[in-house]
Ligand binder design. Structure first.
Ligand code: SF4
Length: 459
């Protein structure tokens, strides 16, 4: 087992270099045998090529179907994918929250390309333990401000922290374990990060996943954190790699085995990964007069559909990912936000947010309209709504065409729409059924229209 892990972790290392380093890619395409010798990789270069080049693998599928080496490698790769965490996130205990999260996922599936959808876990909660971030990446997808304050593990803060965790557990159940403790922050800016994670594990039953851009700041601390996370069963940690120099240093400092279950998120120049069009990357591209593309490869790095806390401010926002836009430049919609002074007040606040934002069915008094990013088209027997990735069709009933037209024209509440059809003897239950179906598919506009959105639009 140990030998197998050693061999696979070295291969993982080879793949990382292939994606991070353009010179290495060139060397592999010119002379893979030489590259393997130079980097002391003990594997068949053809098999390595199959791991690096998906087109090549597709073309030679039969040849590789029996490869033990490839099967073993893909098993390892599977373990460092976020699927396990996503499956935990999928079962929030609160039925309103669960339905709301499903609607957000349905919406995003018509807005993001499949590989992006697959990579988003829609974690139900996350916590910032600092105010801002010391790293200051030019591309930061959530435009983190400078580090200005830290939520230290003082007795008072520790008590509040545990009370907040207990409350989240009460509200979301096991799903809360899919949360994590950073956002527009770097975890290792907080000297007490590990203590907060240990409480998280004790209360929520999962050790939270870490992503840091500072694995080299104190390698012994990083090592201890990886060890602690591994012992507590955390399936995945990540290092953000900001430059090729940093990549080389990380490979030098940490052995291949130490990084077997650590994903390197390559952000360095020359890596063959695409940066999300959100936050500072989007701002920079807009400055270069590169317009927002209608479907960027990835227009967000947000992966939370739920509560985003900042423990320094004692603030909480209700958010969900979207492609970044003028209104939502950080790549997530803010449905609600507020501050709290203690756990008791927070409980009232979270229940209020759920009540206000997460109806199980359409509200009679609510104005009905379709999402602004959907293109409406009338059909003979209904209507359809499309993005350039997905089309939702509502058809096969004589009333659906008119119902679609009324919602498309806007200005009518659900009750007013029901009354229009009621006067023609169409049962209210039938109209509500269709409105609820649209709600469930995530095609109704649910973006905040309150004062909050006005402030965000103009800021
Ligand atoms: S990308 Fe991460 S490490 Fe870089 S500035 Fe943003 S929050 Fe900090």
């Amino acid at each position: 087992m140990k030998t197998k892990l050693l061999s696979l972790s070295h291969t993982k290392r080879f793949i990382e270099r292939y994606h991070a380093d353009p010179n290495f890619r060139e060397q592999v395409s010119r002379d893979p045998y030489r590259a393997i010798i130079d980097y002391n990789i003990k594997a068949d270069p053809e098999e390595i090529k199959a791991l690096c080049d998906t087109e090549f693998t597709k073309e030679n599928e039969n040849k590789f179907s029996d490869s033990t080496f490839l099967r073993n490698y893909w098993e390892l790769a599977e373990q460092i994918r976020p699927q396990k965490i996503r499956s935990i996130a999928n079962s929030p205990a609160n039925s309103q929250f669960k339905a709301w999260r499903s609607r957000q996922i349905a919406r995003t599936e018509s807005q993001f390309l499949k590989p992006v959808c697959d990579s988003i876990i829609h974690a139900p909660v996350c916590f910032e333990l600092n105010k801002g971030c010391s790293v200051g990446c030019w591309f930061c997808g959530v435009a983190a401000p400078r580090l200005s304050d830290i939520f230290f593990y003082t007795p008072e803060n520790a008590q509040l922290w545990r009370e907040v965790l207990e409350l989240i557990k009460e509200l979301l159940g096991e799903a809360a374990g899919a949360g994590f403790c950073y956002w527009a922050t770097d975890p290792l800016d907080n000297p007490d990060y590990e203590k907060f994670c240990s409480d998280f594990y004790e209360v929520l039953g999962m050790f939270p996943q870490t992503t840091t851009a500072q694995p080299l700041k104190d390698p012994s601390r990083t090592r201890s954190l990886l060890k602690l996370a591994g012992e507590k069963g955390c399936p995945l940690d990540r290092f953000s790699i900001l430059s090729l120099k940093m990549f080389n240093q990380v490979h030098e400092e940490f052995s291949a085995e130490e990084l077997a279950f650590v994903k390197l998120a390559l952000q360095n120049e020359g890596s063959n990964t695409t940066k999300a069009e959100a936050g500072r990357t989007r701002k920079r591209n807009l400055k270069k007069a590169e317009k927002d593309s209608k479907t960027p490869y990835q227009g967000t790095i947000a992966c939370v559909t739920g509560f985003l806390f900042n423990m320094v401010d004692r603030s909480v926002k209700l958010i969900s990912p979207c492609n970044a836009s003028d209104r939502w430049p950080l790549g997530y919609i803010v449905y609600d936000e507020a501050t709290f002074s203690d756990a008791k007040q927070l409980k009232i606040l979270l229940e209020r947010m759920i009540g206000d934002n997460m109806p199980l069915t359409v509200r009679q008094s609510e104005l009905m309209s379709f999402r602004s990013d959907l293109e409406y088209e009338s059909l003979a027997d209904g209507f359809q709504l499309s993005t350039n990735l997905k089309t939702f069709r509502f058809r096969y009933d004589s009333y659906l065409n008119e119902l679609g037209e009324i919602i498309h024209n806007g200005g009518k509440t659900a009750q007013e729409i029901v009354s229009i059809f009621d006067s023609r003897n169409v049962l209210p239950a039938y109209i509500f059924h269709n409105l609820n179906l649209m709600l469930e598919k995530g095609v109704l506009d649910d973006e905040p229209k309150s004062k909050l959105s006005q402030i965000l639009v103009t800021s």
